[in-house]
Design a binder for this molecule. Structure first.
Ligand code: CA
Length: 220
């Protein structure tokens, strides 16, 4: 027994998936299709996305923001957890990956809930703010280029209602956050983001060592 988070070896991780994951068939197919893409490492972890889907249901979330669509795996998990009149606005730059995404959103019957914004996410978020959507979203998932994390976070926070939740992915960055030799731009950006968030009194904070690190920030 331990009161620290266990480091999962392959066997224990497989066990978690075997007894803990209820992945709908359409998501399994999307996961398999994503494995074939060159950057499949960018797909978020199924147990993490299942957890976020549960958070959405707990919150009765209706309006969701996602920064970083990739092949739409997390998008699909979240969209399936939303009510029929729910909507998810998801931002990405890539036609190629979101082409895969669209196919599976349709197959999962959620394409009517998903609004894809192709273009720089900072601009999309600014446009939503200018369009009067401040404080109108329940949940945001940030999982895109790390150097812009703070910019995404600040805008998402404005777009969220009080009590809304932001989930930020990759906040442990493969452990590189504690490797002083790693001064790569993304690593440094995540370190600065994490450090600043600790003192950000606009939110309540929980940092979960699930997958590559998932930080939850609830807007006060
Ligand atoms: Ca990620």
């Amino acid at each position: 027994m331990t009161n620290k988070t266990l480091a999962l070896d392959e066997r224990l991780y497989d066990y978690v998936l075997n007894v803990g994951l209820r992945e709908p068939e359409v998501l399994q197919s999307l996961r398999q299709a994503t494995e074939k893409e060159e950057l499949s490492i960018m797909r978020s972890a199924p147990e993490q996305d299942q957890f976020m889907a549960m958070l959405l249901r707990l919150m009765d979330a209706k309006r969701v923001l996602e920064i970083g669509t990739y092949t739409g795996y997390a998008t699909l998990w979240m969209a399936l957890a939303l009510p029929d009149d729910g909507e998810i606005h998801t931002c990405d730059l890539s036609e190629q990956w979101t082409f895969v995404a669209r196919r599976f959103w349709e197959e999962g019957g959620v394409d009517g809930k998903v609004h894809l914004h192709l273009g720089p996410a900072l601009e999309t978020l600014d446009a939503l703010l200018q369009g009067g959507q401040e404080a109108s979203f329940d949940f945001a998932f940030i999982d895109a280029d790390k150097v812009n994390y703070q910019g995404y976070f600040d805008r998402c926070l404005q777009l969220l209602r009080p009590g809304g939740l932001i989930a930020v992915d990759n906040t442990l960055w493969g452990g590189a956050v504690v490797d002083a030799d790693d001064q790569e731009e993304s690593t440094r950006a995540i370190r600065i983001f994490n450090r600043k968030l600790k003192d950000d009194m606009r939110v309540e904070l929980a940092m979960l060592p699930i997958a590559d690190g998932l930080t939850l920030a609830r807007k006060r």
